[in-house]
Design a binder for this molecule. Sequence first.
Ligand code: T4K
Length: 492
Amino acid sequence: MTVKRRKLHTDPTAPVHDRHRRTVGEVAVRNPAVGRDRRRTSIDPEALAVDNPGVEVPVHASPSLALLGGSPAFAADLHVGKPNIGDRKRLMARFEGILERRWFTNDGVCVKELERKIADLLGVRYCIAMCNATVALEIVTRAVGMRGEVIVPSFTFVATAHALEWQDVTPVFCDVDPRTHTIDPSKIERMITPRTTGIVGVHLWGQGCDVDAIGEIARRHRLRVVYDAAHAFACTHRGRPIGGFGDAEVFSFHATKFFNAAEGGCVTTNDPAIAKKVALMRNFGFAGYDNVVHLGTNGKMDEFSAAVGLTNLESLDEFLAVNRRNYERYASGLAGCPGLRLYEFDRRERFNYQYVVLEVNPVRAGITRDELLAVLHSERVLARRYFFPGCHRMEPYRSYFPNAGLLLPQTERLSERVLVLPTGTAVDVRAIDRICGLLRTAIARNAEVREALAREVPADDGRPAKGEPAPPRGRRPSRPAEIARLRTRNGG
Ligand code: T4K
């Protein structure tokens, strides 16, 4: 079969990291390994071109895979979420200052400075630093008066749902938009009941939710709106910095985040009443010595975390440049690879590129996401299946709503297909080239990979194995009628 050479349209800004650049068709014909497997797996080079018409594909060496008897590609584990680290000298100087002052927490100078700087950066009136985003979400849930039921995507880190449930608010799971992976506004209204008090949108991967549509629904139904912006530090949406949308937004400064304070987070808002309540609740409700005026908890950020945050804030541009470079490298390294689609970011907005998100189409790739994950793990590339299997398939939610998945087809699909790859300042372009080469080889040799995996013990995917008892159903005796009703509505 002859494959015509296609016209090349390369992004002039993309790195040229391989001297041998060929078209998709040529890869399939000239690379004997790919050619052989193409016949076996019926991967048609023309089909590759449909995925990425006219995109030039760099040819990577096609090494052997550890799973097929080779040595692992990396000598040490390559993680998703290795922390970004700012200037060490400045960090140590800040630590010295904290030790000198002997003021470790409770509104110290570093925390106050961090709050001021973040409010300025995000263009919001108030920033309240927190010990982490999960506690921040719990506090905000109470501060804005969410009760009963709150509509939230299931395709998120489980903390989003847990924060609600921890406050005895029932998370009602809504499906996401297959393109943006954020809550689908067209699906929200049908989830609203007389008990609904709010919506929690998640700016997943730093991609802003459709805030206009959500705001409109909230206005019509008098609902509160909070955004989980854990991934979205320093990102914009429709030209505006994320941080000022809804009643309040919550950021995470966990070690794995674009901007980290080791542990930490913050609440941002333009509403003075909410800001005041959140600040009180963060510190047990104390309004001064011996004067407790509100129910509260301990959500305070300590000075050492704030010092890490302040130092990292000074290096944001460098972190961003590295993440952007890494993202582009993955984009060029995987262009035209059958069945792999890299999550795209709108070039008109600012993103932090902290998550390199791949969608695996098992039919086109001839291999599943989980098989690719196994390949990468055997090479010591610890890619992650964020956010498998979806909150609705985790406890306690899967017991409450065993059939919620029926109303969440996009969530189910994505949680079977998404693979998050390592990036950040701990990952260099050579490592990325190697990872792209591994993915390409795994797809080219998919039949051998499947055979090798079939000989191995199946991995625990968090779902009950065959023969294992089904998860217990509805264990909340205090609200049986409500659970029965929600089960019915959620497809139970
Ligand atoms: N909402 C959303 C949408 C979120 O994604 C998160 C957190 C939250 C809310 C809650 O925010 P926080 O309460 O955490 O502030 C990790 C993080 O623990 C979690 O913060 C994050 N989302 C989530 C996406 O990822 P795991 O279960 O994957 O954690 P773990 O320990 O496996 O770490 C991830 C990877 O990072 C590992 O491969 C190892 C590496 N790592 C981790 C740490 C802590 C390092 O290399 N160095 C480190 O210091 O949840």
